[in-house]
Design a protein around this ligand. Sequence first.
Ligand code: NBP
Length: 474
Amino acid sequence: TQAQIGVTGLAVMGRNLARNLARNGFSVALHNRTPARTRSLVEEHGDEGVFVPAESVADFVAALERPRRIVIMVKAGGPTDAVIEELIPLLDEGDIVIDCGNAHFADTRRREAALREHGLHFVGAGVSGGEEGALLGPSIMPGGSKESYATLGPMFEKIAAQVDGTPCCVHVGPDGAGHFVKMVHNGIEYADMQLIAEAYHLLRDGLGASPKELAQIFAEWNSGDLESFLIEITAEVLGHVDAATGTAFVDVIVDQAEQKGTGRWTVQTALDLGVPVTGIAEATFARALSAHPEQRVAAQKALPGPGSVPQADRETFVDDVRKALYASKVVAYAQGYDQMAAASAEYGWDIDLGAMATIWRGGCIIRARFLDRIKESYEHERPESLLVAPYFRDAVAEGQESWRRIVAHAAKAGIPTPAFSSSLAYYDGLRTERLPASLIQGLRDFFGAHTYRRVDKEGTFHTMWSEDRREVEA
Ligand code: NBP
């Protein structure tokens, strides 16, 4: 028999994606550079469905029905190109190559164009949900041509997570759109985690609460507006006790955060697009700061903190932190959505923002109750910013005073809250009627003759600063 789909790259992600496909009734051809992985998959899980293992790429390609659908799930970057190069001469016009790894969207655009030259479809598909999601139902964000989605979509929609009967998979848009959206998803994930970490830090140092008490607080939060996978697992991690020492697990972990690069890509791309993703940027930089132990040790010795630390009323403080977290989270999502909208306009992707919230409701790491609200906001209101959509505007307005108290408390207590603070600054920046950008423009004109526009008439102007300060039309 010929397999309906093939998966090459059978490490944790590819292996589980292949099993998910087989469990859903699709026959799956299997390949991995090192054949031992292919064999062990068949040995351990061969009874879950129809697998067609192959040791060579040629046998793998020959095992597939046409047009072929080939999922690549290898380490992103050079390995993906190596696999594509090996496949190209073996494929026929109309075949579909799907990269489910975490590729940079610019690489996906390049690969899509190159394969199009060969008459092949290339689909860059973002897959979120980690190991478990790949097996039980991830959130899938496929890019590429509409034509390729027509044959691939039904399979992906079947293996994706389902929320209220709707699959967490939709055709995002042409070429790199899927990987772009996956990148922003990961960027938002960085911001979400940083905000949770700041909330934890504030409660721990501001109240002196124990990890066990904090696990309780996060578990309670998970039954309200903040309900989400990340809040749920925060309660789990904080409640976990290290078996070796009997102390809280969070206290035995080295406090230096690592990163694989998608947060950094999100920020780099946002800079190019001119979209302020301050929440994601602060989250990425906070990880970088944590990872510089030499500087931190030097600063711990050299830099004084505040003399006296303000006292907090426990109940009010916990409630304030919760509201500050929610408001900051809305800012992070608003910024991420702005970035997707900007890229969609730049590259002509026509991304449906409401649909992105729909497919993030399940399967992925940032799955959360409030994505239902984001979906509704973009479907019905097309807001200029998520922050001005009535539901979120009201929710943030309700938490605003708490948010300000928390940021002020953090500053007075010397607790670093870069994401909370920058999100509030963004909120105030957006709502401020006259920004000091006018002064910036004046300075730019002074030293560089960069010109400025006036509030009272059309045109571009320059002041002759080094002469008689006459204003001329530029
Ligand atoms: P890894 O990212 O660890 O990659 C290991 C796989 O790549 C193995 O199958 C390996 O084959 C293969 N490979 C390498 Br390395 N170099 C190769 C080459 N030159 N030619 C052919 N194959 C090569 O696996 P993973 O953690 O399963 O992730 C797969 C993809 O999914 C990555 O792009 C990752 O970013 C993405 N992703 C991961 C997660 C997650 O939670 N882990 C979530 C979402 C997306 P070998 O067995 O012969 O060494």
